[in-house]
Design a protein around this ligand. Structure first.
Ligand SMILES: [Zn+2]
Length: 395
């Protein structure tokens, strides 16, 4: 009968072997703080330079909508605005053959700035740096694509969403594919320029950066940190280039919530709320519940384009957003509305009360996170470890 004892012993050794093999990931997941209350943030990008009237109207309607809702402590939902500060000055480019820009300081953008300010004062908008431009100007000027040249030389304000996707990346030269890295000096100068302009326009230094198209590298992060950026929004990894197909590549990761980069703290945004792509309130609520089980915040990525379409499409986007906020507090009674900066600085130690210290709650969130480890999952399922991690925890 003694041979029967070998079966559980072999199983135990196998499980221990798996845990040992994945120890780095398992420890990193344990170290990632666990939220004490559910947190929901709408992270929206591409606002600022671009079409004036549709943007101003969309922003004003978003302020009207967001101010109708509050969490248990009386805070309104926060929509972060990832801001782009300039578009091409088509007539000047036509006349000189050189790149020129029109920035948000131009009087034509006054209605957009007024709407942003209204939301900021009402506590529903927080401002984040997306980029001076949503592209690398020399890459656009070097592009051989005649449509890009036409776009550059058109009368302002241009709409950057119309550019080929790979050319919407700012922190790599995608005029050729695979893209070429920028020099540290080019990056340093461009970062200094964009931070100075942001500060002049909005009267506050940017503290959170959202890399356009999520293509950037550590040199950009270090340059941002030198200019006072404290938090970088990531999709959970960093892509440093565009490959031969023009797709984001040269990946580093995973990057986790609260992890430190060169002078910055990472925040992960990997849930999506794009009503123009068919996302409903129910999808966002499901993402919210999943993140809460993991003890993580739910950052929903969305873009201005959803809200700038002519009616009825823009109406539908607002309706979906209203449906989300109308039900999320009922499902998550302890829900907190915070900004991405608040979260990033909490992870940096500014607000320890936001995080769970009880072992049972931390352990439950850790088990959910471990079950999501993609590489480990087949082995965990084979040995039953996956099932063990999913067992209800004793109260
Ligand atoms: Zn963008």
């Amino acid at each position: 009968m003694t041979w029967l004892l070998w079966i559980p012993l072999a199983w135990l050794l196998l499980v221990l072997g798996i845990l040992l093999w994945y120890r780095r990931e398992l420890v990193a997941l344990w170290r990632e703080p666990v939220l004490k209350h559910p947190v929901l943030i709408i992270e929206s990008d591409d606002w600022g330079a671009g079409p004036v009237e549709p943007q101003a109207e969309a922003l004003n309607r978003l302020v009207d909508l967001l101010t109708q809702f509050k969490d248990a402590t009386g805070r309104h939902p926060v929509m972060t605005l990832g801001l782009v500060l300039a578009v091409p000055d088509g007539p000047a480019i036509r006349a000189t053959g050189q790149y020129h820009r029109i920035t948000l300081e131009h009087p034509m953008f006054a209605p957009v700035l007024a709407a942003i300010e209204r939301g900021r004062k009402a506590g529903v908008f927080t401002l984040q740096l997306h980029g001076l431009e949503h592209y690398w100007p020399p890459a656009l000027m070097a592009s051989k694509d005649p449509a890009v040249r036409t776009w550059l030389e058109a009368d302002p304000p241009a709409t950057t969403e119309q550019l080929p996707s790979h050319l919407q990346s700012r922190w790599t030269d995608a005029s050729v594919l695979p893209s070429r890295p920028l020099t540290a000096q080019e990056i340093d100068e461009a970062v200094r320029e964009e931070v100075e302009l942001f500060t002049r326009i909005f009267g506050e230094r940017p503290r959170v950066a959202v890399p356009p198209t999520f293509v950037w590298n550590e040199t950009v992060e270090a340059a941002w940190a030198r200019q006072g950026i404290e938090v970088v929004v990531t999709p959970g990894q960093r892509s440093a280039c565009r490959n031969t197909q023009g797709l984001p590549d040269c990946d580093t990761g995973p990057l986790r919530n609260g992890q430190r980069g060169p002078g910055v703290t990472y925040v992960v945004r990997d849930d999506y709320f794009e009503p123009e792509r068919g996302h409903r309130a129910a999808d966002a609520l499901e993402a919210m519940s999943a993140k809460w089980r993991q003890g993580r915040p739910c950052l929903l990525e969305t873009h201005r384009s959803n809200f700038m379409h002519p009616a009825p499409q823009s109406e539908l986007a607002l309706t979906r957003l209203r449906e989300l906020f109308a039900s999320v507090s009922d499902i998550h009674s302890g829900l907190c509305f915070r900004s991405t900066y608040d979260l990033g600085s909490a992870w940096g130690g500014a607000e320890p009360d936001m995080f769970e210290s009880r072992l049972r709650e931390r352990g439950a969130a850790w088990c959910v996170r471990v079950r999501l480890l993609h590489d480990m999952r087949p082995l965990a399922k084979l040995t039953g470890l996956y099932w063990l991690l999913g067992m209800p925890k004793p109260v």
